[in-house]
Design a protein around this ligand. Structure first.
Ligand SMILES: Cc1cc2nc3c(=O)[nH]c(=O)nc-3n(C[C@H](O)[C@H](O)[C@H](O)COP(=O)(O)OP(=O)(O)OC[C@H]3O[C@@H](n4cnc5c(N)ncnc54)[C@H](O)[C@@H]3O)c2cc1C
Ligand code: SF4
Ligand code: SF4
Length: 786
């Protein structure tokens, strides 16, 4: 049984890549952070490309200058401070810091720029004659600093020429941390007195710290995390630790130079490196003399190109794989590896390269009190706990629980609304008492909590939907958001609360249809108009039109059509997002209100396993359906009712609809993104994942444009590792995708496009609605040129 479930889980969810996202400081769209006066620019704002770094550096100073000018004293105002307070201190003299310095100088701000190693050090460390890609081609960054060169050396020449001409002189000192003191900021440096500033711009790039193995012997001289000259290792026993591009490129360069390389990687296979690197490695393993060339290593840690082994004083090198192993210890003449089963192996060894990734320079931010995205501090846990409690109260009140009963018993709003309107007297009281008027209809609908909940929900979707359209600016997002707003406001609010009751009281609803869809009751509007939610919310997201005492045949027909015909058909062509991203009310809130929280969805293999939780909820819904049908069929179905009603009304409703969808789904919104319920627990999504495994929908990618920046993965609020598909040029077909378009829209080089593929993965159609601003700009630029 366990094996069957494991195979099913693999078929559905765990087969997909599950790379994680590098933590970065929490930076708002305008470059500000949680520490007042501290801004961040460059790579650390998310997109690791030269033009974006220039752009964010110059724009941050534009904002800082405007901000300072609007305060008493203004920018550059002379003060008799001791030590003198500068308008701005810029930390880091990379492209972002230098663009900021030029802008500060041009705007007459008093500033200092600090550099720990040497100006443009990241570019200085690029491999010799590295080609430079200045994506996006049509982008003109803000500010004065320009990049046009296509080789590392000429890039450095042009940048140095521009900054020297402008007289920018970085101070050679490492900044240690920032401290807020009253209105000013102190920048503590490694040697010397702190600098005092009114604003600080942090532009220290991502190079950060290389990750450590944390094993004995790691501090030996033979252990390194960069490869400069592979020829030094000819004829030597070398261990390379890691499974990414850095590890593979280092191994290829070393083996081609005559080293005997062993690769130790903790996983059983390579998942993330570029396929061409894996192919080159395999070719070398088959034939150490293979005519392959690693002309342009993409890893910043492998600074030398390598070509086929040309012979010399040593025999050719070789590569051996030790997948599924971990380094236990490094000794002067050997290394100890441990296998997955705990067995140990000692290998002779002359040198070790640890290529196991690097961490953004987060310690600087932590020391300065700047929040790291996704890091839960005690304050965040307390805030989330308090919000969960509020959601527990809200959903109890809205769903007819004890809070609702309390409000009713005490005669609190909204239960008192009809009485309040009646006491107003005159025409208002008369209209409120007549259910054929709009006010009379509202007096009945609005006398319960769910009306106010749905009204607030719809308003939030519309307000934040308009903001999303303005923020994202693509035809895709505009059309999708309008669809979500319309569905929420019309069939999911106005139809059951206002339109149907008014039609009913005016006799405009044919009796046959009304009886079939909205059975008569003795309270409220006299009919169950709330069942109209079922026109949009399909079984098993909404179970209440199907799990009825007597079968409601029309709803059973509608439900069957939705769940078994229309949704699978839509998914076949357009993916699960056809419903989750364009129609569903949970999706509507997540795409609008949750638009700025998408990056908070956790990624990684453990979370991908939790995707299976929805299958459990779906299994329970199916079991209940079977019980319900049996109850209808058997001559005396009371036994089924006796079990079914308590299970549905007491357990399923409160556990699934109220607790999982309401309290948990919305309670973690600001900390784990708006799609927590959709991704992990929704039973309809769980069913749609199965349909989606047979879909033609895919996000196709133009592999050669992908710079492996991981932006697409980081913005996916379904936790999908989009980059692992994009940088291999493989169509993304993870069934979790809700077609939100965040990855397509955010990709800085326009790699991704919504489309359809055949069974062989060949593209057969592309979406007509543009979703990538880069592709839109490039399309416009090429049509202008032609
Ligand atoms: C191997 C490689 C290849 C690339 N190829 C391309 C390409 O072809 N095209 C492209 O557009 N982009 C490319 N990039 C990305 C590009 O280099 C970055 O986007 C850009 O350098 C980021 O600029 P930045 O100013 O944010 O950071 P950086 O350029 O990294 O500059 C940060 C500076 O801050 C300094 N610093 C760090 N900590 C401190 C401290 N505590 N105190 C003082 N100073 C500090 C550092 O020494 C450094 O000089 C590549 C990057 C790498 C690594
Ligand atoms: S469109 Fe992209 S970001 Fe959105 S869910 Fe799909 S893969 Fe994730
Ligand atoms: S596809 Fe993803 S990893 Fe590749 S460039 Fe675009 S955002 Fe970056």
């Amino acid at each position: 049984m366990v094996a069957i479930v494991a195979r099913y889980a693999r078929w559905l969810h765990t087969r997909w890549p599950a790379g994680t996202v590098e933590p970065l400081p929490e930076v708002r769209e305008d470059g500000t952070t949680n520490v007042p006066g501290v801004y961040v620019a460059g790579d650390l704002t998310g997109i690791p490309l030269l033009k974006f770094s220039l752009d964010t550096g110059a724009k941050a100073v534009e904002r800082i200058a405007a901000d300072l000018a609007s305060r008493p004293g203004g920018a550059g105002a002379t003060r008799a401070d001791d030590p003198p307070t500068l308008d701005l201190v810029i930390v880091g003299a990379g492209v972002a810091g230098m663009a900021a310095a030029l802008e500060a100088k041009g705007r007459g701000l008093s500033y200092a720029i600090l550099e720990a190693t040497e100006p443009f050090s990241t570019l200085v460390n690029f491999p010799k004659r590295k080609p430079i890609y200045t994506y996006p081609k049509a982008m003109r960054p803000a500010g004065q600093l320009r990049v046009t060169a296509d080789l590392k050396e000429s890039l450095l020449d042009e940048l140095r020429a521009q900054t020297n001409a402008a007289g920018i002189r970085p101070r050679p000192v490492r900044a240690e941390r920032i401290e807020r003191k009253g209105d000013a900021l102190l920048v503590h440096v490694a040697d010397g007195a702190p600098l005092c500033a009114r604003r600080v711009l942090v532009a220290i790039g991502r190079s950060g710290n290389f990750r450590m193995l944390g094993v004995p012997g790691e501090d030996l001289e033979k252990v390194s995390n960069r490869l400069h000259d592979p020829k030094d290792f000819a004829g030597k026993e070398v261990l390379v630790v890691g499974g990414g591009d850095s590890a593979l490129e280092a191994s290829i360069a070393l083996a081609q130079s005559g080293a005997r390389v062993t690769i130790s990687y903790r996983k059983p296979g390579f998942a993330r490196p570029k396929p061409e690197n894996v192919e080159m490695l395999e070719a070398l393993r088959r034939d150490p003399m293979a005519p392959i060339t690693l002309e342009h290593p993409t890893s910043e840690r492998v600074t030398t190109a390598a070509g086929p082994f040309l012979g010399g004083t040593h025999p050719p090198g070789r590569v051996t794989l030790r997948l599924g192993t971990q380094v236990k210890a490094i000794e002067p003449e050997r290394v100890l590896l441990t296998g997955a089963g705990g067995q140990e192996e000692a290998l002779p060894n002359d040198a070790v390269f640890t290529m196991i990734g690097r961490e953004a320079p987060l310690e600087f931010f932590r020391r300065s009190g700047i929040r790291i995205a996704g890091e839960m501090r005690p304050g965040a846990w307390v805030a989330m706990g308090a919000f969960l409690l509020f959601c527990a109260w809200l959903y109890n009140w809205k769903s007819g629980g004890s809070m609702s009963a309390l409000f009713q018993a005490r005669g609190w709003f909204p239960f008192t609304l009809p009485a309040m309107l009646a006491s107003a007297g005159g025409e208002i009281a008369a209209a409120a008492a007549d259910p054929r008027t709009l006010l009379g209809t509202l007096a009945i609908s609005a006398a319960g909590p769910s009306f106010w909940y749905t009204l607030a929900y719809s308003l939030i979707v519309v307000i934040f939907g308009v903001r999303r359209i303005r923020r994202r600016k693509t035809p895709y997002v505009t059309a999708q958001t309008i669809s979500l707003m319309c569905v929420q406001v019309l069939p999911l609010f106005l139809l059951p609360e206002v339109i149907l009751p008014l039609l009913g009281t005016h006799g405009l609803l044919p009796k046959g249809i009304a009886d079939a869809l909205f059975p008569a009751v003795t309270y409220g509007h006299g009919r169950e108009y709330w069942r109209a939610y079922g026109l949009i919310l399909a079984w098993p997201l909404n179970v209440y039109n199907i799990f009825t005492h007597e079968p409601l045949w029309w709803w059973i027909g509608i439900g069957f059509l939705q769940t078994c015909v229309l949704i699978p058909l839509g998914i076949y062509f357009f993916g699960k997002g056809v419903y989750c991203g364009w129609i569903c009310s949970c999706g509507a809130l997540a795409e609008t209100f949750g638009d700025t929280h998408r990056h908070k969805m956790p990624h990684g293999p453990k979370w991908n396993r939790l995707n299976m939780a929805g299958q459990g909820v779906l299994a329970i819904a199916i079991l209940l359906l079977v019980m319900r049908v049996v109850g209808w069929i058997l001559p005396d179905g009371n036994w089924a009712d006796a079990i079914f009603d308590p299970v549905l009304k007491t357990h399923y409703k409160w556990v699934v609809d109220v607790f999982l969808a309401g309290v948990v789904g919305y309670g973690v919104y600001f900390w784990y993104s708006g799609r927590f319920w959709c991704r992990f627990f929704c039973p309809l999504a769980a069913l749609m994942h199965v349909y989606a495994r047979f879909s033609r929908f895919a996000i196709v990618s133009e592999k050669k444009k992908c710079i492996s920046c991981n932006v697409c993965t980081s913005v996916c609020h379904q936790g999908i590792d989009v980059m692992s598909f994009a940088n291999k040029g493989v169509p993304m077909q993870d069934p979790e995708c809700v077609r939100c378009s965040a990855c397509v829209q955010s990709c800085p080089t326009g790699v991704l496009t919504f489309g359809q593929v055949d069974r062989g993965g060949r593209t057969i159609a592309l979406d007509l609605l543009p979703a990538s601003p880069v592709q839109m700009r490039e399309g416009a630029a090429s049509s202008t040129r032609s």
